[in-house]
Design a protein around this ligand. Structure first.
Ligand SMILES: [Zn+2]
Ligand SMILES: [Zn+2]
Length: 403
């Protein structure tokens, strides 16, 4: 897998700090800077790999968004002014989740332009991966903001790939919330296969993402949803994810993978009820990386996503994506985090950070229902693969593959 000619890019500048709704909003761009600082302190990120973000042009945005929506977003905030809420609400803005913030068009365009930049970089060569941690805004739709997402950077990048190549795109979404905005944008397109694993929408935003959402028209059978029970733990998560992705990749044979890496299914993230640990978050990029080389000549663009435990969870989870891309060994989870990073966190933010790559498990509780949850998730796995197996595959089909 290692290829010394590979040329991976980490898209980053301090510009990303401006995609911020307010000081008390849970979506905090500080997590991108913290990930950058952690990787620098760990000596795994050098200036030659860092590429600055670029703004999406209006034409880029119109690949995935309605013109009236882009025009409306553009009008908000350059001079501190904003449209009345009753008008903004039609575009999903001026809500508790997605309020209007200063210069939102500019900072949202940087996010979208950066995932697009990553896609262009990957299209221009083989064995190339790109990481844009500011991206992954998977809830935005063509005419509406939703769930902290203004422009859907993933939809812009996938639409660009569809327009300029004949590549088949596999979208993999491991955020705790359903990747609804991407799913519905490509619902009838058989060349874009969307796969989302998430906490069941029964009690969680956005409420969609059932196994029965399978695409429409020519796109039927190219949309997969794997909803998990609340309190799902690592063993069950890894088992169903690995089986599902191998089955989907074998069936779809993608040419390029775009992945969304929300970190909000971690047990220390209270925006969902999943009980994953850093072990699942080591597993995810390892599996996707492997698939990208097996099926796509390494073409892989990864983005960030949700993740609301800004200090204790997200930087470690996201640093592991870059380490995987670079074929760097995963740290043993008992390895301490770099001292210079811990000092930086303590001195700059007065935050006492648990000092290891692994989790502080003193508050981790295995719940008694874990066997029942394991069985339910396995049933969801079988149901979610229905368009491929037409109900003919039973439990025996699935195996515990070892990465
Ligand atoms: Zn999320
Ligand atoms: Zn690779």
């Amino acid at each position: 897998m290692a290829n010394i000619l590979s040329n991976n890019i980490f898209i980053y500048s301090s510009e990303f700090k401006n995609y911020k709704f307010s000081n008390d909003h849970p979506f905090d761009p500080l997590r991108i800077k913290l990930t950058y600082e952690l990787l620098k302190s760990d000596n795994c990120l050098t200036t030659k790999e860092i590429v600055p973000p670029v703004m999406a042009t209006e034409d880029d945005l119109l690949l995935a968004h309605r013109k009236d929506y882009v025009d409306f977003v553009k009008k908000q905030g350059p001079d501190g002014n904003q449209s009345p809420c009753r008008e903004a609400n039609q575009y999903g803005l001026c809500t508790d989740d997605t309020p209007i913030f200063p210069n939102m068009h500019i900072s949202s365009s940087y996010v979208a332009g950066s995932t697009l930049l990553g896609a262009k970089h990957v299209l221009n060569g083989t064995d190339r991966h790109a990481l844009n941690l500011s991206g992954g805004l998977h809830h935005a739709t063509s005419g509406k903001a939703s769930g902290f997402c203004v422009y859907n950077d993933i939809n812009v990048a996938i639409s660009y790939i569809r327009k300029h190549t004949s590549y088949k795109v596999l979208y993999i979404d491991t955020d705790a919330h359903h990747g609804d905005g991407v799913q519905y944008q490509f619902y009838d397109d058989p060349a874009v296969c969307t796969f989302s694993i998430h906490e069941t929408g029964r009690y969680l935003f956005p409420g969609t993402g059932s196994v029965r959402e399978r695409g429409s028209g020519n796109g039927y059978g190219f949309c997969f949803n794997l909803p998990l029970d609340a309190f799902t733990e690592d063993d069950s998560f890894k088992y169903v994810l690995e089986n599902a992705l191998y089955i989907v990749a074998d069936y779809f044979k993608p040419d390029i993978i775009i992945s969304q890496h929300g970190a909000d299914g971690h047990f220390q993230d209270h925006m969902s009820h999943l009980s994953l640990t850093i072990e699942s978050y080591q597993f995810i990029p390892k599996l996707i990386h492997k698939l990208s080389h097996e099926y796509c000549s390494g073409r892989w663009v990864a983005t960030g996503g949700g993740g609301y435990n800004v200090f204790d969870v997200v930087p470690r989870v996201w640093a592991l994506i870059w380490k995987e891309m670079q074929n760097l060994d995963f740290p043993d989870l008992s390895t301490p985090l770099p001292v210079s990073y811990l000092d930086y966190i303590a001195q700059t933010f007065n935050h006492e950070q648990f000092g290891y790559w692994g989790d502080d498990k003193k508050n981790y509780i295995h719940i008694p229902r874990r066997d029942e949850i394991y069985d339910k998730n396995k049933k969801s796995l079988i149901d979610s693969m229905y368009a491929i197996n037409k109900g003919t595959i039973g439990n025996d089909f699935f195996s515990n593959r070892k990465l």
